[in-house]
Design a protein around this ligand. Structure first.
Ligand SMILES: [Zn+2]
Length: 438
């Protein structure tokens, strides 16, 4: 479970509205292990508890709950060859742990003891959780979603509340069998921000990212008749010492710089990223040393053909980065939740980390993300952590997605914040696509 750390850089007055980690899978009867879990039914029946309404104590009065449920299910349905059938229900409680549940997949917000119990000792940290039941062959038979009764939700961006639609999109991803990716670049990220973090509404979790769609396709395949699905990049990392299982491979679309996927490196060095469309991919490796020091390396750019399984060997150079980035933010609030931007916009991005060795520069692997000035050193957060700020401009043509930022030291070493900036679809595009909605 990833925990967030917050720092207030105190550059200006701000109320720190913490973001929290999402709930991970809760397994009822068996560990997931290496079993891939998925639905095999073409129609998934979802019961929406009558407790999930704007009369629930934890949902803001006047929220459009029905629309949020409908839209969050449709977001996944659009990328999936499966349909949701929604019914309303008087049921209020998540199915208890056991070999199987009651067979009804329930979304509930009821403040009952049974529902609170699912959060266990994480009740103060997790806005929602999903409990999944599946059989020995990995077929999901039921998945129940519980909104934590102690947090506030809304649909209009009210500061200090969680965006109901974003939280539902994340949990429905779990309902479908998706897991948290090791790199935060989409709705399945293990972190969610409350509205108000960085001084803005946090609604980017409503839209699936490039990496979310790849993860979904890695389980269910493509729904497009025009695309053969799906390619895979796999391989083995050869490392002398291997002490922990926290090395990460991440991929960026080489033409745009968008994060395309990520994978944990297994204990024998193996990795695999599936669900990929054909294209050019830049491959990066993050290794973690015994002392917790992190090294990022660009490995190579490869061309993946349609339906290909590309295999590679990765031998890390272990070039230790002189300066490293650990947190990012805006408006004086630092966390590790991506900062939102729009095509054609600009923002003052703050980065915190071990930034001692000068000179250094800030860069992006995307041709759409421009660094407008030399990084300015702000005050230090602590003895160890310094803050730098840079102005960033987002090209008008930037496709929606998550983009990385890095710090480059004078010795050439780099440290990345993969997926630091999330660019949403431009307002005009989303209006065109949803002409009936304002
Ligand atoms: Zn989660």
């Amino acid at each position: 479970m990833v925990r967030l750390y917050y720092f207030t850089a105190a550059l200006m007055f701000c109320v720190l509205l913490g973001s929290q980690a999402f709930g991970s899978f809760v397994f009822s009867s068996s560990e997931r292990g290496s079993t891939e879990i998925r639905w095999t039914r073409r129609v998934i029946r979802v019961a929406v508890s009558n407790s999930l309404s704007d009369t629930a104590p934890n949902i803001k009065k006047g929220s459009n709950v029905t629309e949020a449920v409908k839209r969050s299910l449709a977001t996944w349905e659009n990328e999936l060859g499966v349909r949701f059938q929604v019914v309303s229900s008087d049921a209020a409680n998540v199915s208890p742990t056991g070999n199987s549940g009651d067979g009804i997949s329930l979304i509930t917000a009821a403040p009952t003891a049974e529902n609170l119990q699912i959060f266990g000792e994480n009740a103060q940290h997790l806005p929602a959780m999903t409990r999944i039941f599946f059989d020995r062959r990995g077929r999901i038979t039921e998945a129940d979603i519980v909104l934590n009764p102690i947090f506030q939700f809304s649909t209009d961006g009210t500061f200090g509340t969680y965006d109901l639609e974003s939280v539902l999109v994340h949990e429905i991803g779990h309902l479908l069998g998706l897991d948290h990716p090791p790199i935060s670049a989409g709705v399945m990220s293990s972190q969610v921000a409350r509205n108000g973090l960085y001084g803005v509404e946090q609604l980017s979790g409503r839209q699936l990212s490039f990496a979310d769609v790849a993860q979904l396709r890695s389980i269910y395949g493509s729904t497009s008749r025009y695309e053969e699905c799906c390619g895979e990049i796999r391989g083995k990392v050869t490392r002398e010492e291997r002490t922990a299982n926290d090395d990460i491979i991440w991929l960026e679309d080489a033409e745009t710089g968008r994060i395309a996927g990520s994978a944990l490196v297994g204990d024998r060095g193996q990795f695999s990223v599936k669900g990929l469309s054909s294209g050019l991919y830049s491959i990066y490796l993050r290794t973690t040393g015994d002392d917790g020091s992190v090294t990022d390396e660009f490995i190579e750019t490869i061309e993946l053909a349609t339906g290909e399984s590309f295999s590679m060997d990765v031998a890390p150079q272990n070039t230790f980065a002189s300066n490293t980035l650990e947190f990012l933010g805006a408006m004086g609030q630092m966390s590790n939740v991506p900062v939102q931007a729009e095509p054609g916009g600009s923002l003052l991005l703050q980065l915190a980390g071990r930034v001692e060795k000068r000179p250094f520069s800030i860069g992006s692997s995307s041709p759409y993300i421009m660094i407008e000035n030399d990084p300015k050193a702000d005050q230090s957060l602590s003895e160890r952590l310094g803050v730098v700020s840079v102005e960033i401009r987002i090209d008008e043509e930037t496709p929606a997605g998550h983009y990385s930022i890095f710090i480059r030291s004078s010795d050439g070493s780099r440290s990345y914040m993969p997926g630091a900036i999330v660019v949403s679809e431009s307002r005009e595009t989303s209006l065109l696509r949803n002409p009936q909605k304002n």
